[in-house]
Every structure is written in structure tokens, then in C-alpha cells.
Write a protein that binds this ligand. Structure first.
Ligand code: UDP
Ligand code: MG
Length: 160
């Protein structure tokens, strides 16, 4: 039940100075940061991360977005962390993401707007969608030696 999930604060989040705010939300929820680093990915790496989307119409906009600056990549750990983090992120288009979610609180553009402009949806974060993706994405972004196992103050509340 304790899961690890991959989160990226995308270049729009980094450039808007939201790394602290976004990371703090996860910390306040009691999730453990198991790994963290800043990476500026190239197009080749972007295609690996977004392999499922490479042939889609929106891919060129997405590729420009994810390569336009560095991202902050992290592995978060906690009880059912994969679905929890997706809930905290909110739906893909910020216009539909409810207030209280990261995308709903800090962004606002819609599918319609992004499609008409031919740009990627700037929605601040990526979060693994399911167990299979989480495992694959964590392996792609982090070496084993970069992922840390340590005690946090939250463990006491999770384990007892
Ligand atoms: N995206 C886009 N236009 C679309 C759908 C997706 O620009 O019509 C971008 C958006 O940044 C999204 C990413 O591609 O976060 C990956 O899409 P996915 O459907 O996997 O959404 P997510 O899992 O990030 O919510
Ligand atoms: Mg996805």
C-alpha cells in the first residue's frame, strides 16, 4: 500500500517560481520525498518519458513545453501515493481542475485554448498515472542510488 510515484514540476512551474509552493503541498500531506533533482531534458528523453503521446496531435506542443527549461523531478512515497498525487494535481486541463488542486489553483488554460493556439497545456506538473507507469518512470528518471530510504516524522503516524 505504500507506493512511490514520479512527480515533475514542469518548466512552467519552475519558471513561475512555484517549486516551493507545489513541493510544500506534498510535504504537508505527509508524503516523503525519496528523491529529487533538477534536469533539463532534450527531445530524445522527452520522447521516452511521453512515449504514449508521441504520435498524438498535441505532441509537438507538449515536447516544446517539456524541453523549454529545466524541470524538478522527484519521487514521492506514501500510502497510495500514486492516486493521491493525481488527485492533488487535478485534471489535465486546468480549466476543469477544481480549486484546491495544484492545476486548479495555479493555472487556468483550457484544452480549447491550447488546441486553437497549437500549444501544449501548461499545467505545472506531471504525476505518474498508475503503478505500471510509476515503476517505469521512476526507473527512467532516477538511478537506484538516487532514491533514499529514511525515516520521516510522518512514519510514526503511518505505521501505528
Ligand atoms: N497535453 C496537451 N494537450 C492535450 C493533452 C495533453 O498539451 O490535448 C499535455 C499536457 O501538458 C499534459 C501532457 O500533455 O499534462 C500529458 O498528457 P496526459 O493526457 O498524459 O495528461 P496528464 O497525465 O499529465 O494529466
Ligand atoms: Mg499522463
Amino acid at each position: 500500500m505504500i507506493e512511490k510515484t514520479l512527480v515533475l514540476i514542469k518548466p512552467d512551474g519552475v519558471q513561475r517560481g512555484l517549486v516551493g509552493e507545489i513541493t510544500q503541498r506534498f510535504e504537508k500531506a505527509g508524503l516523503k520525498i525519496a528523491a529529487m533533482k533538477m534536469v533539463w531534458v532534450d527531445k530524445k528523453f522527452a520522447k521516452k518519458h511521453y512515449a504514449e503521446h508521441v504520435d498524438k496531435k498535441f505532441y509537438s506542443g507538449l515536447e516544446s513545453l517539456i524541453t523549454m527549461g529545466p524541470v524538478v523531478a522527484m519521487v514521492l512515497e506514501g500510502v497510495e501515493a500514486i492516486s493521491l498525487v493525481r488527485k492533488m494535481a487535478g485534471s489535465t486541463d486546468p480549466k476543469s481542475a477544481p480549486p484546491g488542486t495544484i492545476r486548479g489553483d495555479y493555472a487556468h488554460i483550457s484544452y480549447d485554448y491550447a488546441d486553437k493556439k497549437g500549444i501544449g497545456i501548461k499545467n505545472l506538473i506531471h504525476a505518474s498515472a498508475n503503478e505500471k507507469d510509476a515503476e517505469k518512470e521512476i526507473k527512467l528518471w532516477f538511478g537506484k542510488e538516487e532514491i533514499h530510504s529514511y525515516s520521516s516524522v510522518h512514519d510514526v503516524h503511518i505505521l501505528k
